[in-house]
Design a protein around this ligand. Sequence first.
Ligand code: B16
Ligand code: MG
Length: 215
Amino acid sequence: MIKACLFDLDGVIVDTAKYHYIAWKELASEMGFEFTLEHNERLKGVSRMASLDILLEIGGVTKSTQEKEELADRKNEHYLSFILQMKPDEILPGAKEFLTECKKNGIATALGSASKNAMTILERLELTKYFDAIIDGTNTTKAKPDPEVFLKGAEALNVPASTCVVFEDAEAGVEAAISAGMKCVGIGSPSILSKANMVVSGLDKIKLQDIIKLQ
Ligand code: B16
Ligand code: MG
């Protein structure tokens, strides 16, 4: 029986990818190269420092560890200037309703995000109270596709991994869910998320009853 739903943040609950994109693009421009929307796809679900490594590889640029830390901090300050302006109307369609359905039906909920800004984002969206556990970039050490973030979520909710369903928009996140021994609903394109048990375009396209069938 399904006992818990674990949600990725960016791409499932809210579209912060557009803000990450503007901030990374600005950094690339300062270093003298172009960063495109296609490049941005490679950064979805990837941690901040791993994203910076990909950005530097795209630009063919080498930096010292200290320079990389400064660049990551600068990118985050720019990103935060957008995040701090966010309002609850930026919650993706169906997300709040799905979380409410979970609560009504006694299904536990956890956030499983790579972001170190997850708490700030949830607060801006007024969604913190909908999650029984929050696992994010501040309390994980291994990036998706490692299952750590979701296994920690199941542990915090005190439920077996086999009773959890993960909602993910990134391929690495789907792989993390499957390695954790959980079911996975992909949010996005079926061709990219082919390893998920089912794929929908958004949380507004799925009902809690649909995921019970995944068992
Ligand atoms: P931060 P998710 C991920 O969030 C984003 O998809 C990814 O683009 C970002 O680099 C990562 O968080 C780290 O974010 O810089 O805020 O720590 O999809 O795992 O919710
Ligand atoms: Mg995501």
